[in-house]
Write a protein that binds this ligand. Structure first.
Ligand code: FEO
Ligand code: CA
Ligand code: CA
Ligand code: CA
Length: 599
């Protein structure tokens, strides 16, 4: 336990910021600066961003929209002066990107080009200076809706994933609805395909369509007008929806590499995946399915991790997520009689208990009656339904603490818990109409690969001045920052947990933000707010480089409830009304990756 609370990143918590404020707020003594914004040119030939002259061709050569999962990895041999930034681009907000009356076909194409992934090189003069991105750098890359991904694992090549465009069932165009993610110990990036269902029109009648929220309604984006694959009723495309909902793996250091979708990790509304190497060398990935009453999963690789950067090690590690076991979590509380749905602490003084990882696929064999391995992997939600896992309050990020191995599960909220016909509160999801969410802490056995675990709730979120059920592991509730709707999590170098939020404006009335949570010692449960994001924005992809006293966040969907004519946010350029924007700037909200650093 030595070394906790030794972080060099010292700050005084900011006061909560009213949700209507359109500002990026940082602690005293800190400053902030965007590294890259929606529309910034990535390649030597990319046009500069011009809000009033947007085209799909330009967007395809520029930084995309709604950056979510983000990481920054040093480029080896660059003496800390060069790094590679990865972000995904979850979705687009055409209502604030484009004026009313914009050509609909071009608007759809701009929307498509704003989706996907990006890899961008960064540079800085020295360790203490902020990063800038490098236009035209060799590793810069955009992944668009026509970028080809290789499907790996047991579902690849099966009849469940073949289409008229891909009779082999191995080559998938595009990635959609990318939400959170993780960085592997071997230096690749994982990204979760989450709300892919909304991009497709379909029969909507099969068990699979129904369980994944795929309907016969025309989609909001109407991409089916441009590409027949977005309506699976079109001949040859019945399986197109089965090609989304996977964990994607990208090698940001090889711009010619083919990104992968890993079928062995199951198909659901993947929030993200985070990997830890178990003492045995097998790697374990934790994954949430972000839907009310859906499940928490874990993948255990068949192969073992090889340390080092040799070609052989790299090749081995790049295949670890293609083959392994898949489990789904069942939580049992030790004081169920105490649970009344109000979030009141049970009589034994803790929300806690034991848990079990229920097998779905083990040793290449299906553990689900009546389903083959490819069926379990393509229709993972249907398979899990059959084995009795615990219905959770929307698992978002799930991440092991690299200092302790304990796993943190952000349950963002579940306003349906306890409603008529819906499951009520249990010890692990202890509130009915759970608006504010909670965080589960899982303690695995010595091997992360095992099937038994212990758990407790680290915190039950809320504004303690208004909600007596808010709980912070016993830390005094009058000494914490109010927090609601935990979403992404990260750790600093000494093992403190950092939580970014998505939804606080609608629950506690404050802007979303980034919070540090002390995990060990007498201040366990202390929540301190580090920053707040602008109006309508969600805080994503936190990266804590505490040794450099720097924090990075993705600011997603600033101003999304406004319109092009009446914008809610002017982040991050903040061009005053009537002023002429500087070159590349705009008087409109722009999702951006922001760095926060000591002045
Ligand atoms: Fe895209 Fe689950 O948040
Ligand atoms: Ca208990
Ligand atoms: Ca999320
Ligand atoms: Ca969310």
């Amino acid at each position: 336990k030595k070394g906790f609370d030794k972080s060099k990143l010292k700050f005084t918590a900011i006061k909560p910021v009213d949700a209507a404020v359109d500002a990026f707020t940082v602690p005293e003594g800190f400053d902030w600066k965007p590294i890259i914004r929606w529309g910034d040119p990535l390649f030597a030939d990319s046009p500069a961003f011009d809000l009033n002259a947007q085209t799909a061709a330009a967007q395809a050569r520029q930084f995309g929209y709604n950056n979510d999962y983000t990481d920054i990895l040093p480029i080896p041999g660059s003496k800390d002066r060069r790094a590679v930034l990865f972000t995904n681009h979850e979705y687009t907000n055409e209502n604030i990107m484009l004026p009313e009356g914009f050509d609909p076909a071009e608007a759809r194409a701009i929307g498509r080009a704003g989706h996907g992934l990006a890899v961008v090189e960064l540079e800085r003069k020295n360790k203490n200076k902020p990063w800038s991105y490098v236009q035209g750098a060799p590793l810069n890359r955009r992944f668009l809706t026509d970028t080809v991904y290789e499907l790996t694992g047991p579902a690849a090549g099966t009849n469940l994933v073949k289409t008229i465009d891909d009779p082999a069932g191995r080559w998938i165009k595009g990635t959609l609805g990318n939400c959170a993610g993780g960085t592997t110990p071997w230096g690749t990036i994982l990204s979760g395909e989450e709300n892919f269902n909304g991009y497709f029109a379909a029969p909507g009648t099969s068990d699979g369509d129904k369980r994944y929220g795929i309907t016969s309604k025309a989609t909001t984006r109407q991409w089916e007008l441009d590409e027949p694959r977005f309506d699976t009723r079109n001949s040859g495309y019945a399986n197109e929806t089965n090609r989304f909902g996977w964990i994607v793996e990208v090698d940001p250091f090889d711009p010619t590499s083919t990104p992968k979708k890993h079928s062995a990790m199951g198909r659901f509304k993947h929030e993200g995946a985070n990997v830890i190497v178990s003492p045995s060398g097998r790697v374990v990935a934790y994954m949430g399915d972000d839907e009310r009453f859906d499940y928490l999963y874990k993948f255990v690789s068949k192969g073992k991790y090889q340390a080092g950067d040799s070609k052989e090690a790299r090749k081995n590690n790049m295949n670890l997520l293609s083959e392994g076991d898949l489990y789904v979590a069942k939580f049992t509380g030790d004081s169920p009689a105490d649970i009344d749905g109000t979030g009141k602490l049970p009589a034994d003084g803790a929300f806690d208990g034991t848990g079990e990882w229920l097998p779905l696929v083990v040793n290449g064999t299906s553990a689900v009656p009546g389903m083959t391995v490819p069926e379990v992997l393509v229709y993972t939600r249907l398979a899990a339904d059959k084995v009795g896992p615990t219905k959770m309050d929307r698992c978002e990020d799930v991440e092991p603490n690299p200092r302790t191995g304990k796993v943190y599960v952000a349950c963002t909220n579940n306003t349906d818990r306890g409603k008529p016909g819906k499951e009520g509160a249990t010890e692990v999801n202890p509130r009915t109409l759970n608006r504010d969410g909670h965080v589960v802490e899982i303690t695995e056995g010595r091997e992360q690969t095992g099937t038994k675990f212990n758990w407790n709730l680290l915190l039950v979120a809320g504004d303690p001045s208004k909600n007596t059920s808010a709980y912070f592991s016993g830390f005094p509730a009058d000494k914490v920052s109010p927090i609601s709707c935990p979403d992404n999590v990260a750790f600093d170098s000494v093992g403190n947990l950092w939580i970014s939020t998505d939804g606080a404006p609608g629950t506690i009335g404050y802007a979303d933000g980034l919070f540090k949570v002390t995990l060990e010692g007498p201040e366990r449960g202390k929540v301190e707010q580090f920053l707040a994001v602008p109006r309508d924005a969600e805080t994503c992809g936190p990266i804590i480089h505490d040794e450099e006293r720097t924090v990075f966040v993705s600011v997603q969907h600033p101003g999304e409830d406004g319109s092009f004519a009446a914008q809610n946010s002017f982040f991050p350029d903040y061009v005053p009304a009537g002023a002429t924007p500087a070159a590349g700037a705009a008087r409109a909200p722009r999702p951006s990756v922001v760095q926060v650093f000591r002045k």
